[in-house]
Design a protein around this ligand. Structure first.
Ligand code: TA6
Length: 295
């Protein structure tokens, strides 16, 4: 049974052993198990804190939270009533359709439209679809944002990001290529320093210390490597990428972070987070990523 629809989630199973679980809450992928051509045994590829809530009481601490329409604390006037990272990750989505294709795998499409709760804090009309596709060694997710306004109102302006918690030893994992990119270091002590761009000089970036870096106009293809594994992230229409690990310094202050959880993941997050996407009435924007297990 490639698709199992349960009350709170959808479970996808690939005939060659891979699987994925997506909560209706936030359309949050909370599990992706996959092997590789070299090691066919399916293993969990995402990190979810053992203290994460799945009941809708708070955004899931782990997996792949969907960030929309703002990244971080809101800065756009139309987002002023929203909480950090927007509402998409903390609203209940519906299952829009299921597409099974034995060659490419299995896809499920979730949808989110304005509810009264959302409209109370975000007045713009929109339709979100989120397509999750499971293949033998790959998980891809695509966020479709449609501006459903009928007239030629001002464009819908938003940010979007896929907040991947990749399971990996944070004291050994490296991300590349980020060298020569301009980035903003959110660990800096002052707003002035956090707003001052730096240039990445390292060929490979580690997260052995508290890291919260927003890379601008990145390359859209990232290799995440550690001694026993390699995962590739390819992104389309997500011009930026965030690399985050709080380490104990910041991780120990996160209420739903399991003890030492920061040792077991790296966040590599394709996004459009510097500036805003401007979407005219009737237009659709698609941001897409593909996570592939290489080893
Ligand atoms: O993507 C990195 C980041 O913006 C960090 O600054 C940190 O806040 C992280 O997201 C987690 O945010 P959350 O709201 O899920 O606690």
């Amino acid at each position: 049974m490639p698709v199992d629809v349960q009350p709170d989630r959808v479970v996808l199973k690939h005939p060659k052993g891979a699987s994925a679980e997506i909560l209706f809450y936030g359309a949050t992928v909370i599990s992706w198990k996959s092997g590789s051509s070299a090691n066919p045994e399916a293993a969990e590829r995402l990190f979810v804190s053992s203290k994460a809530a799945f009941d809708g009481s708070k955004p899931v601490r782990g997996g792949i939270p969907v960030v929309f329409p703002c990244f971080g604390a809101p800065t756009h006037p139309e987002h002023s009533k929203l909480s950090q990272h927007g509402f998409a990750r903390s609203e209940k989505w519906i299952l829009e359709n299921i597409v099974m294709d034995n060659e490419a795998g299995v896809s499920v499409r979730f949808a989110l439209e304005p509810t009264a709760t959302i409209q109370a804090k975000f007045e713009r009309p929109f339709h979100l679809s989120y397509v999750v596709t499971l293949a033998e060694h790959q998980l891809s997710t695509a966020l479709h944002v449609k501006n459903t306004a009928l007239s030629s109102t001002s464009p819908l302006e938003f940010q979007a990001l896929l907040h991947n918690y990749i399971r990996a030893p944070s004291n050994e994992v490296l991300v590349s290529p980020l060298q020569a990119l301009s980035y903003y270091d959110k660990t800096e002590a002052t707003e002035e320093l956090r707003s001052t761009p730096k240039v990445e000089t390292r060929a490979s970036v580690d997260v052995k210390t508290f890291t919260d870096s927003v890379y601008e106009n990145a390359r859209g293809k990232y290799e995440i490597a550690w001694p026993s594994g390699t995962l590739e992230v390819r992104a389309h229409n997500f011009k930026d990428v965030v690399v985050w690990n709080p380490q104990k310094e910041a991780g120990s202050k996160i209420g739903d972070m399991e003890d030492g959880g920061w040792e077991r993941y790296i966040c590599v997050e394709p996004g459009y987070v510097r500036g805003f996407v401007k979407l005219d009435a009737g237009q659709t924007w698609i941001g897409q990523q593909a996570l592939t297990v290489l080893n």
